[in-house]
Write a protein that binds this ligand. Structure first.
Ligand code: NDP
Length: 451
């Protein structure tokens, strides 16, 4: 059988574009189809615009601190319209970069939805069929709303970057990354934020002490957080939407945002026709080489619902190219992935939480929570947390959890040491950088508890 391409990629997000580029650079004939904007969730409606909104939302605190440090500054008003226009210009520029990367490397692109027809063939909306030796599905995911009365009135993270104006009040539902990040962002931008989370504490799955501190700090900075609370229904009301909650509360919010998880984009992709199996959430089932049960079809990134993070999708894409085009079988590596939640303060984390580690082996916990010099001087009550989980048997650092401004930057570096297998004594041998917050990571001498 002769093929039009060596590789056809469906989906032009971070994972798909990286795989297409690297395969093409190695000499493969590659095509990519994207029905929406190039760059996918991360660039167009996720990490990038979110982080720019984080930056925008941090200025009122910085300004208050500046005043405490002796600067005669006034916070003034936030011009959402001006920020939003600039934000979208930046996203347009980045989309251009993504398109440019594909073009420069000779990847043929189709601005269209592609569906599988069989294990080697995709079909475009105009009926054109293209066949490829390998097909890579990298279609990502999308926000999902729960099925409750009036859910259609709620927005999701996809909509937040397109609001005509910032609401006076918003209810955010959920307790994961997206709910907590946007609660902090919008609070920082001056919106009255209420957050309902059905569980006992936000950020389920992360270290208890770390998420407890994030939650305390969010409340202290003005987010009205209702734990053990879910939404029952939404209906339009003067000034916004009336929301009934499981705690009996009824309140009107100008906007309601669902951050209740994401679903893999596998609908109407022709998976069944090609014989590709999906799991309970609709995710594509793959092995550790990202190969589906159909040998010519692979899938990477959020559509596989493994670890839904941009850098993971990118690395999965690179591992796919190594395996399929470079004759070097490379399984995905999902062990010890550092990650950050861009709340205020940020949380950076790598490895096991105290609770997970305790269930596996005897551990020592080294932790310190304190008021950092910068904000303490300004009279702010904020606290930070530096925490290490250490194996009693091997002395290896099993987990590191940081809640502090810049924790995302710090955890990247701690992640290198921990991925290299550093033990507690390696941390102890490292000279502190003084005066910093993170010097505590190398100066904690006595465990606060064993488990
Ligand atoms: P998450 O899965 O992290 O969180 C979903 C939240 O919604 C949970 O708190 C969950 O509660 C709650 N929830 C789910 N269903 C319902 C329901 N029917 N009613 C009420 N609450 C509900 O999803 P996100 O959308 O926040 O983020 C998706 C993924 O995107 C993340 O897991 C992460 O991998 C990635 N991401 C990464 C970021 C980063 O790196 N900084 C930023 C944003 C996203 P419960 O805990 O009880 O299940």
């Amino acid at each position: 059988m002769t093929f039009d391409y060596d590789l056809f990629v469906i989906g032009g997000g971070s994972g798909g574009v990286r795989a297409a580029r690297v395969a093409a650079q190695g000499g493969a004939r590659v095509a990519l189809a994207e029905e929406d904007r190039y760059g996918g969730t991360c660039v167009i409606r996720g990490c990038v615009p979110k982080k720019l909104m984080v930056f925008a939302s941090e200025y009122p605190t910085a300004m208050a601190e500046a005043q405490a440090y002796g600067w005669a500054v006034q916070t003034g008003a936030f011009d959402w319209d001006r920020f939003r226009k600039k934000l979208h210009m930046e996203l347009d520029r980045l989309e251009g970069v993504y398109r440019g990367v594909l073009q420069t490397n000779g990847v043929e692109t189709f601005d269209a939805r592609a569906r599988l027809v069989d294990p080697h063939t995709v079909e475009l909306p105009d009926g054109t069929r293209k066949c490829a030796k390998h097909i890579l599905i990298a279609t990502g995911g999308r926000p999902e709303k729960p099925g409750l009365p009036g859910a259609e009135h709620g927005i999701t993270s996809n909509d937040i970057f397109h609001l005509d104006s910032l609401p006076k009040s918003i209810l955010i539902i959920g307790g994961g990354y997206i709910a907590c990040e946007f609660a902090c962002i919008l609070n920082g931008l001056g919106v009255q934020v209420t957050q309902y989370y059905r569980g006992a504490q936000i950020l389920r799955g992360f270290d208890d002490e770390a998420r407890g501190l994030v939650s305390d700090e969010m409340i202290q900075s003005g987010v009205t957080l209702h734990l053990g609370t879910n939404i029952l229904s939404i209906e339009p009301a003067p000034g916004g939407y009336r929301v009934k909650a499981t705690n009996g509360r009824e309140a009107v919010f100008e906007k309601v945002m669902f951050a209740t998880g994401r679903a893999p984009n596998t609908e109407d992709l022709g998976l069944q026709a090609a014989g590709v199996a999906v799991g309970r959430k609709g995710e594509i089932v793959v092995d550790r080489y990202s190969q589906t049960g159909v040998p010519s079809i692979y899938a990477i990134g959020d559509v596989t619902d493994r670890v839904n993070l941009t850098p993971v999708a990118i690395r999965d894409g690179m591992a796919f190219v190594e395996t399929v085009f470079k004759g070097n079988p490379t399984p995905v590596d999902h062990v010890l992935i550092p990650t950050a939640i861009f709340t205020q303060p940020e949380m950076g984390t790598v490895g096991l939480s105290e609770e997970e580690a305790r269930d596996r082996e005897p551990i020592e916990v080294y932790a310190t929570s304190f008021r950092p010099m910068k904000s303490a001087f300004a009279g702010c009550p904020d606290r930070v947390l530096m925490k290490l989980i250490v194996s009693q048997t091997t002395r290896k650092v099993l987990g590191c959890h940081i809640v502090a401004p810049g924790a995302g930057e710090l955890i990247q570096l701690a992640g290198i040491a921990i991925k290299m297998g550093a033990d507690k004594e390696d941390f102890d041998r490292t000279v502190a950088v003084h005066p910093t917050m993170s010097e505590e990571l190398v100066t904690m001498k006595t465990p606060v508890r064993a488990g």
